[in-house]
Design a protein around this ligand. Structure first.
Ligand code: NI
Length: 402
């Protein structure tokens, strides 16, 4: 649906008859800081999932643990109506925290450097508020492991997160340091990229650095392959399609005077779907094999698709946009926020319509540290906005379906 000026018409919100308790800011901050001090990597979220399951049981939810290894699924059945799922990821990263804050990570080499501690705190606060309210439908809360390694969402879906009752819509958020606190980025269509990983082994022939004619030099071949792969984006992709190819690892050799026998490359391809997404595996293989063969070497290419692009449903996005405008004001809801980063919420949204929004969390007055950096931190006011957004989206979705 388009308005007079071509912009999507955001529907009037249904009259909210559900009474909600106010957001408990102190509880949000306390939970987030507790989790921040005890970060756990993908599929190792034992403490985190135990804490989540205990809190949800206390609230009165039916709780299933070990859904997708360390995932937690909470459920509250309504007498009738549709079923909505909220998803919060809960894993941390292998990053050494460099922040000097009272709630600093207590575990060397592990850190909540992407804000998933905040997502869990928000999920629990939404659970608390919605459990106290009458809801015209069913609610599921999926606390998902292993988002950073892209396996958690699939694991939860495989273990039945979307079944019994069948989920009709799914929503999620990411705290987002590219946006200031008080803003929300949400738009229909692809907003996060597909993530592919490739590993290449070049098999040449080693020998003396002073007699290169007796060798097949995999280092030189690797350099040509790095350059050749860059031409995929500039010369093989339709310029109207988005795409990134990055070679991120290059390993070869162990001495200055020895030409090694093999070289290894690793990297990633990112797209928002389309032809380049379809063709990328073949293009990487073809370019690599062609260059290796031209130099008299052989190559092995291992290509893995990790996540598909995350695609927001148009109708669900309009619904969430309406809710977001009510919370932060029309001018603070920003369309056009997209990233070539990946997000395995895409697996949920490939199965059911829904939306994934970015909740601004850049601390005011100072430059925000990027996600995954050792100085990452969030403005905790964003927790309140995230909790409001998801709580009211659930209510709006279930009410509008009556
Ligand atoms: Ni993240």
């Amino acid at each position: 649906m388009r308005g007079v000026r071509g912009e999507p018409v955001v529907p009037q919100l249904a009259r909210v008859t559900v009474t909600l308790p106010p957001v408990d800011r102190a509880a949000l901050v306390a939970t987030r800081r507790d989790l921040h001090q005890h970060p756990e990597l993908g599929f190792e979220e034992q403490r985190t999932s135990t804490l989540i399951a205990e809190r949800l049981r206390q609230l009165g939810y039916a709780v299933r643990t070990a859904v997708g290894k360390t995932g937690v699924l909470a459920q509250r059945d309504g007498a009738a109506g549709r079923c909505v799922l909220l998803r919060a990821d809960m894993d941390a990263l292998p990053v050494e925290e460099a922040n000097d804050v009272p709630y600093r990570s207590k575990h060397p080499g592990r850190m909540h450097a992407c804000g998933h501690d905040g997502h869990v705190a928000i999920g629990l606060e939404v659970a608390r508020r919605l459990h106290a309210a009458y809801l015209p439908g069913s609610l599921k809360l999926a606390f998902q492991p292993a988002e950073e390694i892209s396996y958690g969402a699939e694991a939860m879906i495989r273990d039945g997160a979307l079944d019994g009752p069948t989920v009709d819509a799914a929503f999620g958020i990411h705290l987002w340091n590219d946006l200031p606190t008080g803003t929300i980025g949400v738009m229909p269509g692809a907003v996060m990229a597909s993530v592919d990983e490739f590993e290449i082994t070049i098999l040449g022939r080693g020998g003396h650095a002073a007699a290169p004619h007796q060798t097949t030099d995999p280092v030189l071949i690797a350099a040509h392959i790095v350059t050749g792969l860059q031409s995929l984006v500039s010369r093989r992709r339709n310029p109207f399609e988005e795409g990134v190819v990055s070679v991120t690892q290059l390993n070869a050799g162990h001495a200055f005077n020895v030409i090694p026998g093999r070289a290894e490359l690793r990297g990633t391809v990112r797209t928002f779907g389309g032809q380049f997404f379809e063709h990328a595996p073949r293009l990487v293989e073809q370019t690599t094999q062609g260059i290796a063969a031209a130099f008299g070497a052989t190559a092995e290419v291992r290509y893995r698709r990790l996540t598909a692009p995350l695609v927001n449903d148009e109708r669900m996005t309009l619904l969430m946009t309406g809710v977001a405008r009510n919370i932060v004001g029309r001018e603070r809801v920003i369309a056009g926020v997209r990233t070539m980063g990946g997000e395995d919420m895409s697996f949920f949204l490939a199965k059911v319509p829904g939306t994934f929004a970015f909740v601004g969390s850049a601390p005011p007055g100072k430059p925000a540290s990027p996600h995954h950096s050792p100085t990452f931190d969030i403005d905790e006011e964003a927790l309140v906005i995230g909790a409001e957004l998801l709580t009211r989206t659930v209510v709006e979705y279930l009410e509008s379906g009556r």
